[in-house]
Design a binder for this molecule. Structure first.
Ligand code: PEP
Ligand code: MN
Length: 334
């Protein structure tokens, strides 16, 4: 349920409304907009009579929210959420470029790539340390050492760092990571989402390969319901009958999600495309669809990359894609 307040509501009356709702074990989320303040109510609102609230002098309207996601719902929070990581503001009309290798391999590799992607305009360095692999026999990442090398790259370049978590037991190692990625396979690892909701670091939630928009938003809701509202959504492709591409990139997800949620929406063209030339072709399309940013895999020697080499752009190709994405974003903002 949402309660839309009249402009400049009497503070004493507002306080007593909130206290009355909280007595009924309803959680009240206040969202102050440019014209109106909205109270988003979470809990057993079935027992609340909307007419009773509508009759109050400070209330303009009361509406029931049918969707099962509340905190993530644009009706709860009409203004876009902007998440700050270092100097970068993610969401609200800006374009954020996240770039780096699939997996951290060595100091030379990660620092070299970090310098190049920073020069091209990337705001955040990505790099995996714990890799979610389909095969238990496949390379699993450098683990703790990978996180340490990301920190070295941050110290060298000033770029904030993003890495994927695959188990809540790893969380202490992420204490100095700036953005925690939850991968597609873990999108519905509710225990992990709950743990990430109890800390404040921003979480980038990849869409599960078989997840509907509602399931994806319900996963964001898990993190938010536990207390962490710093959630960024990232579309990285879904399963389809077409096997030419690694995954089917659903660019319609961007404008569609924009109507459903206030959270920032990024696109990862790399894991969907699976091939570097295709990444270069579809990355600008994601910007045109209105994405708040891109997460792109970049490697200085894609042919010898330990993981995801075929889809990794070399730094020169990333220069071109980043320039195109920025130009297109500025053009569309005019
Ligand atoms: C990745 O970002 O390299 C990755 C493996 O992501 P996901 O877990 O979402 O597939
Ligand atoms: Mn990868």
């Amino acid at each position: 349920m949402i309660v839309i307040l009249k402009q400049n509501p009497n503070p004493a009356q507002l306080e007593s409304l909130i206290a009355w709702l909280e007595e009924k074990h309803i959680e009240v989320n206040k969202s102050v907009g440019t014209t109106h303040t909205i109270l988003g109510l979470v809990g057993d609102t079935a027992a609340i009579d909307p007419d009773l609230i509508s009759a109050l002098g400070i209330v303009e309207d009361v509406k029931r929210v049918q969707e099962p996601y509340k905190h993530a719902n644009v009706k709860f929070h009409p203004a876009p959420t902007v998440i700050e990581i270092g100097a970068q503001k993610i969401g609200g009309g800006s374009l954020t470029l996240i770039a780096g290798p699939c997996t951290v391999e060595s100091e030379e590799q990660i620092v070299g790539i970090a310098k190049r992607v920073k020069a091209a305009g990337a705001a955040i360095l990505r790099g995996g340390a714990f890799k979610p692999r389909t095969s238990p026999y496949a390379y699993q990442g450098l683990g703790e050492e990978g996180i340490a090398l990301l920190k070295t790259a941050r110290a060298e370049t000033g770029l904030p760092i993003a890495a994927e978590i695959t188990d809540s037991a790893q969380l202490p190692l992420f204490a100095e990571v700036d953005l925690i990625q939850v991968g597609a396979r873990n999108m519905q690892n509710f225990a992990l989402l709950n743990v990430l909701g109890k800390q404040e670091k921003p979480v980038m939630l990849m869409r599960g390969h078989c997840a509907s928009y509602e399931e994806w938003l319900m996963s964001a809701e898990y993190i938010m319901a536990a207390g962490n509202h710093n959630v960024i959504l990232c579309e990285g492709g879904i399963r389809s009958y077409e096997h030419t591409n690694r995954h089917m990139l659903d660019l319609a997800a961007v404008p569609m999600l924009r109507r459903l949620t206030h959270l920032p929406i990024l696109v990862d063209p790399s894991h969907a495309a699976g091939r570097s030339w295709l990444v270069s072709e579809i990355a600008p399309a994601a910007v045109a669809a209105g994405a708040d940013g891109l997460s792109i895999e970049v490697h200085s020697d894609p042919e010898h990359a330990v993981m995801d080499g075929p889809q990794s752009l070399d730094p020169d190709a990333f220069d071109t894609v980043a320039a195109k994405a920025k130009a297109l974003h500025s053009f569309l903002a005019e």
